[in-house]
Design a protein around this ligand. Structure first.
Ligand code: F0G
Length: 412
C-alpha cells in the first residue's frame, strides 16, 4: 500500500473530441473549440480503500489521489470539511424526511468556490502565474481574491456592475483584488475576462479552467465519506454557470471507476426561473441550450444566461437519470427562511434554490417521499444581508424597562 498521497497522473483533454491539450493556457480545444476536462489516472486510488484516506482530516486535500495538482504545491486555507446536517425537520416540512444539507457556507470564504480555488490557484502557482483573474457573480471573486493573497499573486476580478451581493463585494475588496465593475451582466464580464486571458494578461480561474472543477469534486467525495459510503438516491444543487453539477458528476464516475461506490445518485439541477437556459433545454429534451440574453433573479449568484458548462451539466443530468427544473424568486426566499427557521442554517438565496427545488419536485411527484436526498447549499447567508433584511420583520423598538419587554413578548 502506498502511504504517500500526492497528485495522481493526469492529462487535459477535450471533453467533446478527446484531443489531448498541452498548452496550459488553453481553455478550449484548439481543434474543435470544445470544453476541456481533466482525465485522471486513478491507478493509485485503485490500490487504496476509503479507510486509507481517513488518516488525513476531512477536506479537499484528503482526496489528493483524485486531484491533478501535487500536494507539495498546494495553496490552502483549509477549505472543505463542511458539515453534512441531517435535516429531518426541514425534510418533514417538505415531505422528504430523509433529507440532508451539505452546508458549503462554512468554507473559509463562505462558499463552495474555495474547493475549486485551492486547486486552481495551486495549479497557477505550478505554472508560475503572477496575475490571476476571474469574472464573477460574487463568490468566485471573493474566493480567488483570498487565495491570490495567500499565494502572493496579483488578482483582478470582473463583476457585473451593481449586481453583486454586498458581502461578496466587501470580501474581494478586503482581500486586495483589483475590483472591476463591468458595464453589463456576468456573461459580458466573463467575455472580457476571457479576452484578457487570451492576450496572456491574466491567468483565468473561472470554471472553464479544467482544474477548478477538479477541486470541486471534493464536495461529493465528502458527502459519500460522511454517509459512510452509503450512496444517497439524489443530490440537488443550484445551477448557474453549470460547472459544479459537472464536478459532482465527475467525482461520482471516478468513485465508481475505483470501485468505492456501485451506483450514482440522480443529479438534480435547480435554476432560477429568470435565468434558466439549462432547465429550458432539459424541458425540451435537448443536449445543448439556448442562451438567455437578460437573466434576472433575486439569487444574484446564479443570474447567468449563457452558462459556460451548460452542455456538461445536461450530460450529467441525463446520464444519472436526474432532473432539472426552475424555482421562482418567491419559492427561493420561502426555502431560505424555512432552512433558517427549521434547522438554524443561514444560506444565501442561490443556495436555497436546492431546497426550493426539493419541495417543488416532491409536490410534483418527481421525488419520492422515501428517497435519501442531499441538498448542497453552496453559500453563506451572510454574503447577502440585504436580501435577508428585505424578507424578515423589522427590529422592535423597546423602552429601557422590563414592563415594555414583557408587553412585546406577549404580542403575537
Ligand atoms: N451557488 C452559489 C452560491 C454560487 O455562487 C454559484 C456560482 C452557484 C451556486 C452555481 O454554481 O456556476 O457551478 O453552476 N457562482 C459563480 C460566481 C458564477 O461567480 O461566484 P455553478
Amino acid at each position: 500500500m502506498q502511504k504517500v498521497m500526492n497528485m495522481a497522473d493526469h492529462k487535459v483533454v477535450c471533453w467533446e473530441c478527446g484531443t489531448e491539450v498541452s498548452d496550459p493556457y488553453a481553455n478550449l480545444c484548439p481543434k474543435c473549440k470544445g470544453l476541456l476536462t481533466v482525465k485522471m489516472d486513478l491507478t493509485q486510488a485503485k490500490s487504496m480503500n476509503p479507510e486509507d484516506l481517513r488518516k488525513t482530516p476531512l477536506g479537499v486535500w484528503r482526496y489528493a489521489p483524485f486531484m491533478p495538482v501535487d500536494e507539495k504545491n498546494k495553496v490552502s486555507i483549509q477549505e472543505g470539511g463542511t458539515p453534512l446536517y441531517s435535516t429531518k425537520a426541514l425534510g418533514e416540512a417538505v415531505g422528504v424526511p430523509d433529507t440532508f444539507v451539505k452546508f458549503e457556507g462554512l468554507n473559509p470564504t463562505g462558499s463552495f468556490k474555495d474547493r475549486g480555488m485551492t486547486m486552481g490557484v495551486s495549479h497557477a502557482k505550478e505554472l508560475g502565474a503572477k496575475v490571476v483573474g476571474c469574472a464573477s457573480t460574487g463568490n468566485t471573486s471573493a474566493s480567488l481574491a483570498a487565495y491570490a493573497s495567500k499565494a502572493g499573486m496579483q488578482c483582478a476580478v470582473f463583476l457585473p456592475s451593481g449586481k453583486v451581493a454586498m458581502g461578496k463585494l466587501a470580501q474581494a475588496l478586503f482581500f486586495g483584488a483589483k475590483v472591476l465593475s463591468v458595464d453589463g451582466n456576468f456573461d459580458d464580464a466573463l467575455a472580457l475576462a476571457r479576452k484578457m486571458h487570451d492576450e496572456r494578461k491574466i491567468y483565468l480561474l473561472n470554471s472553464i479552467n479544467p482544474y477548478r472543477p477538479e477541486g470541486q469534486k471534493s464536495v461529493l467525495f465528502e458527502i459519500i465519506d460522511q454517509l459512510n459510503y452509503e450512496v444517497p438516491d439524489r443530490i440537488i444543487l443550484p445551477v448557474g454557470n453549470a460547472a459544479n453539477i459537472w464536478a459532482v458528476y465527475k467525482a461520482c464516475t471516478e468513485l465508481k471507476e475505483v470501485g468505492w461506490i456501485d451506483r450514482i445518485p440522480k443529479l438534480t439541477g435547480i435554476q432560477a426561473a429568470g435565468a434558466a437556459p439549462v432547465a429550458q433545454a432539459f424541458a425540451e429534451g435537448t443536449r445543448d441550450f439556448i442562451a438567455e440574453p437578460n437573466p434576472e433573479t433575486v439569487a444574484t449568484a446564479i443570474r447567468i444566461g449563457n452558462p459556460i458548462s451548460g452542455k456538461k451539466a445536461l450530460h450529467a443530468i441525463y446520464d444519472t437519470k436526474g432532473y432539472c427544473t426552475t424555482v421562482t424568486d418567491e419559492q427561493i426566499i420561502e426555502a431560505q427562511l424555512l432552512l433558517g427557521r427549521k434547522e438554524g442554517v443561514c444560506v444565501e438565496p442561490a443556495s436555497a434554490a436546492s431546497v426550493a427545488g426539493l419541495k417543488k419536485l416532491r409536490e410534483e411527484g418527481i421525488i419520492e417521499k422515501d428517497e435519501k436526498v442531499v441538498c448542497i447549499c453552496t453559500g453563506n447567508g451572510l454574503k447577502d444581508p440585504d436580501t435577508i433584511l428585505n424578507n424578515v420583520p423589522k427590529p422592535i423598538p423597546c423602552k429601557n424597562e422590563v414592563a415594555d419587554v414583557e408587553r412585546i413578548l406577549k404580542e403575537q
